[in-house]
Unconditional design. Structure first.
Length: 73
């Protein structure tokens, strides 16, 4: 059974540094995006915070969110 990674809690007195803060991207309909596999595209529709339908020119793809391979431009 796979589990999702959890954020670790660090104590102020810990000798180890906390990892960088992960910033969730906010996507809007009509925004341009870049995907590592599919290239440049434009968001056609959003299904809440679960997925986005993106037109990459060759056809539309449903991309589950959050997606580490996709960045907003």
């Amino acid at each position: 059974m796979a589990t999702s990674p959890r954020r670790r809690r660090y104590h102020a007195s810990s000798p180890f540094q906390a990892g960088p803060e992960v910033i969730d991207e906010v996507y809007e309909v009509g925004a341009r995006v870049s995907h590592d596999t599919y290239g440049m595209g434009r968001i056609i529709s959003l299904q809440g915070t679960q997925s986005a339908q993106v037109d990459f020119g060759e056809g539309a793809k449903h991309i589950p969110l959050p997606c580490a391979k996709m960045t907003a431009l």
